[in-house]
Design a protein around this ligand. Sequence first.
Ligand code: AHR
Length: 515
Amino acid sequence: MKNYLSILLCLFGLSQISAQPDATIYLNADQSRYTINKNIYGHFAEHLGRCVYDGIYVGRDNQSIPNTDGIRNDIIDALRELKVPILRWPGGCFADTYHWMDGIGPQEDRPTIVNTWWGGVTEDNSFGTHDFLNFCEAIGAEPYLAGNVGSGEVKELSDWVQYVNHDGISPMADLRRENGREEPWNVKYWGVGNEMWGCGGNMTAEYYANVYKQYATFMTDWTNSSKLYRIASGASEDDYHWTEVLMQNIKPSLIEAVALHMYAVIDWNDKGPSYEFSDKQYFQTMQKALRMEELVTRHSTIMDKYDPNKKIGLAVDEWGGWYDGEKDLEPTALYQQNTMRDAMIAGATLNIFNNHADRVIMGNLAQTVNVLQAVILTEGEKMILTPTYHVMKMYNVHQDAQLIPTDIFDMPQYEYEGESLPAISCSASQDASGKIHVSLVNIDASNTHEVNLKMRGVGTLSGKATILTADEVQAHNDFDNPDRISPREFDGFKLKDGNLNVSIPPFSVVVLELK
Ligand code: AHR
């Protein structure tokens, strides 16, 4: 019977119409209090698989791929265009094995080591501190250096800060000049270790809190301009004890932010394929991705207890979808395709971060090129932009804009085998020129949902919209078909009496611009 009904609905072109009531979203433009930190739109690049080597950096002697000092020109252009505000490097787990002095000076003198975390591959240190910081300058991003706490020393991290930031005469500043860089880079953002509960040293929160204080104390602010921004290695997912212990034990003058890591992975032992996934796997990924709301809310509540004035930020410095890597590549390379499912993760997660702008000051999507939920994939001289790239670009209008709080009523549900999830997610902001942007995501795999946007505190004049969608949720761009998925103009909305009715197709991201 159900099948007959579907056939009839299809014949009449109604298969995408949901029987559920329309959602109503109030945009409270008169209650804007927080700025959306542009660093929420940050990225993360580790010495892992083909992210740095082959992805970003192809070597100075490379004749076949156009590059500037070894960095691919197409990557520089694409990341500039994306408006990447901040880039975290060199890891990840690699960070706590990395000795920065291995990566400075003439390339031929740099030691060749083994990347013990990621596949035991050869690391020739040809991409080091200067290369990374110059790359950040080229793409217009702030650098975020992750210091080695696990296998490093206090002096080593303190010297790194001096090397990149000191303007005067000092051993490290002199060494930097000898290596060809006169001006300091003034690096503000510093991670004090990574995943200290795991690859960073398998520490307890209590032990790490003390280690953190020791490292943070000796990270002198050499810049004399902007204060260093020290980020403590944070909890894995719902380890609320970790956040509680750090907040309780580290005095505010020693810490600027606490990190959090959360991957949208179905099951660490059975992650599933990156593009030939089932409906069930799609639903499960959405279930996990939407848990970010609970994690951010609960970690923030703990932080509120110790820091009611919200001076200390929450930096979600690793997030994204994680699936089984491509079989023909090394399992440790973490190369995966990027589909409309990833666009859903990105759209929904960024809405969560925007809506928590009071506490979330940074997000770093893992990882920029060729690794995990990459915004760019490369193959030889070819490069493609993924659906996630397009979402992040559509959303960059929120960077440093004023968050407009939203209330959603009559939330439609995405139902699957007796379980359900909220189908729609939304965030809104007003930029310096007065334009309002509303980003809407419908994660439902089969139903269009209608959304009524009701504007408070602002008279809406006119609007235009962009949509990212596809014919199937498994759809992706590949090297033979690089533009199968790209944003296009969207006219599925009506403006009436200051209210807006939007019809959002299944697995779509819509960004509205209103003025
Ligand atoms: O992003 C890949 C890895 O995931 C990082 O190295 C580590 O921090 C996390 O477990």
